[in-house]
Ligand binder design. Structure first.
Ligand code: SAM
Length: 275
């Protein structure tokens, strides 16, 4: 018998993965959680029916959400990640030689527990000596910590359930206050193919308060349509003004100095949409 997991993007489009084994299924206080071992992408974390990450392609998302902004700031000593309960972003942040303290605030401790049990390649990020893990609502944490961080990374689920507020104008205002005077932030901002209007709204909100706003993208096979966007809001530093020799040298599998620049180029169908 074949077992399949289907992620439904909308009424007309879905993606299916052949499942080897269901490792965990539970209802947490915040969401439905599953860990599946799949044939094409290995172990996968699924929240509310949406693939969050897979051990085969996770490095693309985690390197791109972390290293583009990390290498835009000349000295990212204090870094905050909101969400990111699988640990992959923390693993990448703690690779950067300038980072002194990397705090992660995840609302759902069951995500961290499942990742520790089934996704050690990602959850190793929690054990870095300069990592700090806080269980709580990222919205409150950001509001309670003013003028503290060089970089904030919003590694959230889609804008449903507890993550709705992580895509709001109020949250971006609060992030602005939690950053130091030359700080910057990045958020995963969904699919340019399916959610271009949402990205355009986010871009407008962020550019209304951050002098430098830039959207970039990468192809992540397990996200619907593959093409995925990230948006940076920066008080001072421009990711496009970083020269290759300023980029810290540490091992990556996707991110390179050339990608740092190339990822900001938009294909023609998106030209002018996020500016
Ligand atoms: N890479 C992923 C993606 O784009 O699909 C996101 C991965 S990470 C698992 C997302 C995490 O954000 C989830 O574990 C979820 O519990 C967490 N989260 C959602 N809302 C949150 C909030 N308000 N505060 C802190 N964490 C939150």
């Amino acid at each position: 018998m074949e077992l399949w997991f289907t992620e439904k993007q909308n009424d007309d489009f879905s993606v299916s993965y052949r499942v080897v084994e269901t490792l965990r299924v539970e209802k947490t206080p915040f969401q439905h959680l599953a860990v599946l071992d799949t044939v094409p992408f290995g172990r996968m974390l699924v929240l509310d029916g949406i693939v969050q990450t897979s051990v085969v392609d996770e490095y693309i998302y985690h390197e791109m959400i972390a290293h583009v902004p990390l290498n835009t700031h000349p000295s990212p000593k204090r870094v905050l990640t909101i969400g990111g309960g699988d640990g992959g972003t923390l693993r990448e942040v703690t690779k950067h030689p300038a980072v002194e303290k990397a705090t992660l605030v995840e609302i759902d401790e069951r995500v961290i527990a499942a990742s520790r049990e089934f996704l050690p390649e990602l959850s190793c990020g929690f054990d870095a000596p300069n990592a700090e893990v806080v269980i709580g609502d990222g919205i409150k944490y950001v509001a309670d910590n003013k003028n503290t961080f060089d970089l904030i990374i919003v590694d959230s689920t889609d804008p449903v359930g507890p993550a709705v507020g992580l895509f709001s104008l109020e949250f971006y205002r609060s992030i602005h206050q939690a950053l130091k005077e030359d700080g910057l932030f990045v958020a995963q901002t969904e699919s340019p193919y399916f959610n271009a209007d949402l990205i355009a709204r986010i871009y407008k909100d962020i550019s209304g308060m951050f002098p430098v706003t830039r959207t970039y993208w990468a192809c992540i096979p397990t996200y619907p349509g593959s093409m995925w966007s990230f948006t940076i809001g920066s008080k001072k530093y421009d990711p496009l003004r970083v020269s290759p020799e300023e980029i810290a040298d540490y091992p990556t599998r996707y991110y390179t100095p050339a990608i740092h620049r190339a990822c900001f180029a938009m294909p023609r169908f998106l030209e002018g949409r996020f500016e």
